[in-house]
Ligand binder design. Sequence first.
Ligand SMILES: [Zn+2]
Length: 49
Amino acid sequence: MVVSRDSEVVLGTIICDRCGKFIDTADTNRVIIYYSRCEDDKCSSPEEE
Ligand SMILES: [Zn+2]
């Protein structure tokens, strides 16, 4: 993944809402954190709380 320091694009950050692991970034027009699920078995399992 290439990150350009010259870009004005602000990246949203996607992190796992279960373990807090960094997952990905997304092009957004402001700084924001999205919560998703990482690929870890204990996080991606569909079980409810
Ligand atoms: Zn996780």
